[in-house]
Design a protein around this ligand. Structure first.
Ligand SMILES: [Zn+2]
Length: 210
């Protein structure tokens, strides 16, 4: 079933950065497969926002910041449970740059997240303390954008949290499933699908959008 794109729709392209692609520090399997799909998709949207994971060196979400801990272990930080990741998307490094095949010159906003040393930020709307806003909800409202199409990396983390928060903020939300790839830590892909079903977050294919 086709989903027509309206002028009040925005495409949110999540973290299509070198470190999340197969040669990067925190590779999402087949992560770079989304690049041509998202390029084609983006041409159908007047409004596009890109997010960029953007950590200072020594960020608290890095396993290397916790002596004796290894990537993908879980720790409790001030705001709750946090998976520890390999060092990735360090500000100003090649790994933090967008995949060089990404071609969305008309994107109006690059929203950087995860720049506070002690708080991770999966969602494009709220950091992982669930209290600190990124400002994106206000930006979208001020621009009259009411429905968010989400694509990018990783399906089960930053795409998931962004879609959930968009829904909670009252936006319509559609996830372009074939324009996402997951990393799947401890069943996180299945948990994401359950959450989307519970929150009434719709999923479509890229071909059906527009
Ligand atoms: Zn990160």
């Amino acid at each position: 079933m086709a989903t027509p794109i309206a002028d009040s729709d925005v495409l949110l392209v999540v973290d299509v950065q070198n470190d999340f692609c197969p040669s990067g520090q925190l590779p999402v399997p087949h992560g770079d497969d989304v690049v041509p799909i998202i390029n084609r998709l983006a041409r159908r949207f007047r409004h596009v926002v890109l997010t960029q994971d953007w950590h200072p060196a020594g960020h608290h979400s890095f396993a290397s910041s916790h002596p004796g801990r290894r990537p993908f272990e879980t720790v409790t930080l001030a705001y709750g449970r946090q998976i520890l990741w390999p060092d990735h998307c360090v500000q100003g490094t090649p790994g933090a740059q967008f995949h060089n095949g990404l071609q969305i010159p008309h994107a109006a906003l690059v929203l950087r997240k995860g720049f506070r040393p002690a708080i991770d930020s999966y969602s494009a709307f709220y950091e992982n303390d669930r209290k600190t806003p990124t400002g994106l909800a206000g930006y979208l409202r001020e621009r009259g954008l009411t429905r968010v199409f989400v694509a990018g990396l990783a399906f089960d983390f930053c795409v998931r949290y962004s879609a959930e928060d968009a829904r909670r903020e009252g936006f319509g939300v559609i996830v372009i499933e074939d324009a996402c790839r997951g990393i799947d830590v401890d069943g996180s892909v299945a948990a994401t699908r359950e959450s989307f079903a519970a929150l009434d977050v719709a999923g479509v294919t890229a071909d059906a959008a527009g």
